[in-house]
Design a protein around this ligand. Structure first.
Ligand SMILES: Nc1nc2c(ncn2[C@@H]2O[C@H](COP(=O)(O)OP(=O)(O)OP(=O)(O)O)[C@@H](O)[C@H]2O)c(=O)[nH]1
Ligand SMILES: *[C@@H]1O[C@H](CO)[C@@H](O)[C@H](O)[C@H]1NC(C)=O
Ligand SMILES: *[C@@H]1O[C@H](CO)[C@@H](O)[C@H](O)[C@H]1NC(C)=O
Ligand SMILES: [Mg+2]
Length: 461
């Protein structure tokens, strides 16, 4: 009976088999995916731009907008209703400031986008960095309103700090949107636009961007949605002949993720079900049913029995997919969160120390950052106690060059290179190799002390 069934399936594929082959076809035709982080000074309009994108792509209806208008008015924040689409918690709405990174998704002709709306306030810099280190492209939002550009751009303003941090944490392309062009102090003035553009281009060049290749500047109104989805209305602004924000985003060129890289999937969940099922997001490479892999750092050889992408069984899956993988060869009790499912030919290294570039954010009272400092390391799905073994040198934020003198301790705001040690073997990568496995935060008492990237690993372990 069973034999018969199997024969039947060859001639008449089951719905599951059809779905599997359709998935593979779909995989191949799929639009590229880009993550976009919105950065910039507090109140520049990041959440408004994010909310407007969702509105323009039909993801928020008029009734909801009216509800937000009413709620914003009740909180004496009339103009904040568009930002309310992204700022969803009570504190954010009451104060008109983003705290948590907001997420949203939309599509253009060639691209599926994930938007990460970061907070501009300086207290939340770690959240901004965490968003930036996940992004391919940055949209730097600048307010053209009288006094606001100046306030954001001066020392201590977040326009410069965010730009430099975005560059440090891997955002290689920037679209600079000069926002609030509709404001009565601006009235779509070309002179104001050019003034800001000139200043920004000089600064971006000094921060290490190639302004002709990596930077695009354009004027918008996030509040009114002007020059965002469709090109500029000539009745509103006669001098702008360039692209809209959506066009500019669609045209950004970034190297696609490499499906032929070494397979890496940090394990963030597991259960027992006809073998051991592990869950996680593929950060590099491709997995196919039947593959032999290693569970690291304990070097256990395993075999892939089945791959599930969401609810669907697939034969093969590549980078950025969230998967559940059924394995044979390992017991679920031998797997811990933070372990990495890895290729055999090119396995991920397991280390107890690494060299990092760190931005010190907020030290506990009366503490300085020096060798011997202890914190909790959070890197991909790993949570592990660590100690600073050595401060190597401090980096000048603007020039990105090491400061040529011995450093023993640093304070908040410093950018430093240091050596970090942990007690147990951990599997990580250099940030430049696989970003998501090479960026981390250091925390003490639930506060982010520093954010960093892995820049060096020991050669032999
Ligand atoms: N006139 C005008 N006002 C705008 C525009 N974009 C944003 N605003 C206003 O600027 C204020 C701040 O907007 P948000 O979107 O909350 O700014 P944000 O950059 O997200 O601020 P943080 O999350 O605190 O960093 C609100 O009052 C908005 O209505 C615009 O294009 N034109
Ligand atoms: C912008 O236009 C408004 C209304 O037309 C006017 O009241 C305001 O003075 C203008 N502002 C500038 C800077 O030209
Ligand atoms: C910037 O990019 C352009 C275009 O790719 C290139 O011709 C130019 O040499 C680059 N400039 C710098 C300073 O790298
Ligand atoms: Mg915001």
């Amino acid at each position: 009976m069973e034999e018969e069934l199997r024969l039947l399936q060859i001639d008449n594929p089951t719905p599951a088999q059809i779905a599997t082959s359709l998935d593979e076809i779909e995989e191949e035709n799929k639009k590229r995916h880009l993550s976009v982080v919105l950065i910039g000074h507090v109140d520049a309009g990041k959440s408004t731009v994010g909310g407007q994108i969702l509105f323009l792509t039909g993801q928020v209806d008029d009734r909801t907008i009216q509800k937000y208008e009413k709620e914003a008015k009740e909180k004496s924040r009339e103009s904040w209703y568009m930002a309310y689409i992204m700022d969803t918690n009570e504190e954010e709405r009451a104060k008109g400031k983003t705290v948590e990174v907001g997420r949203a998704a939309f599509e253009t002709e060639k691209t599926r986008f994930t938007i990460l709306d970061s907070p501009g306030h300086k207290s939340y810099v770690p959240n901004m960095i965490s968003a930036a280190s996940q992004a391919d492209v940055g949209v730097l939002v600048i307010s053209a309103r009288e006094g606001e550009f100046e306030a954001g751009y001066k020392r201590g303003g977040q326009t410069r700090e965010h730009t430099q941090l975005a560059k440090t944490f891997g955002v290689s392309k920037l679209i600079v949107v000069i926002n609030k062009m509709d404001d009565p102090t601006v009235n779509w003035s070309q002179q104001r636009y050019e003034e800001i553009k000139k200043e920004m281009r000089g600064f971006l060049k000094r921060s290490g961007y190639n302004v002709s290749k990596d930077i695009q500047v354009l004027p918008i109104s996030g509040l009114l949605g002007t020059n965002m989805k469709t090109r500029m209305d000539r009745g509103v602004c006669s001098w702008w002949e360039g692209p809209s924000l959506f066009e500019a985003l669609d045209a950004v060129e970034v190297p696609p993720p490499d499906p032929s890289g070494p397979f890496r999937m940090p394990i963030s969940g597991k259960y027992k079900d006809m073998g051991t099922v592990v869950m996680g997001k593929v950060e590099s490479g491709t997995v196919t049913e039947g593959d032999s892999l290693l569970v690291m750092p304990n070097n256990t050889p395993v075999k892939v029995l089945a791959v599930y992408c969401g609810e669907k069984k697939v034969r093969r899956a590549g980078p950025a997919e969230n998967l559940a993988i059924r394995l044979s060869g390992i017991d679920d009790t031998d797997i811990f969160f933070g372990f990495v499912l890895s290729s055999v030919a090119n396995p991920i290294g397991a280390v107890t120390e690494f060299v990092a570039q760190l931005k010190i954010h907020e030290l506990p009272d009366k503490f300085v950052f020096s060798a011997g400092y202890k914190a909790i390391l959070h890197i991909h799905s790993i949570v592990e106690e660590c100690e600073i073994a050595e401060l190597m040198h401090q980096i000048d934020m603007e020039t990105k060059q090491p400061i040529p003198k011995k450093v023993y301790s640093v304070n908040n705001g410093a950018l430093v290179i240091c050596r970090i040690q942990v007690n147990n073997l951990i599997c990580i990568e250099k940030f430049e190799d696989i970003r998501q496995l090479g960026r981390f935060s250091l925390r003490t008492k639930d506060k982010t002390v520093a954010i960093g990237i892995v820049i060096g690993l020991p050669l032999h372990q």
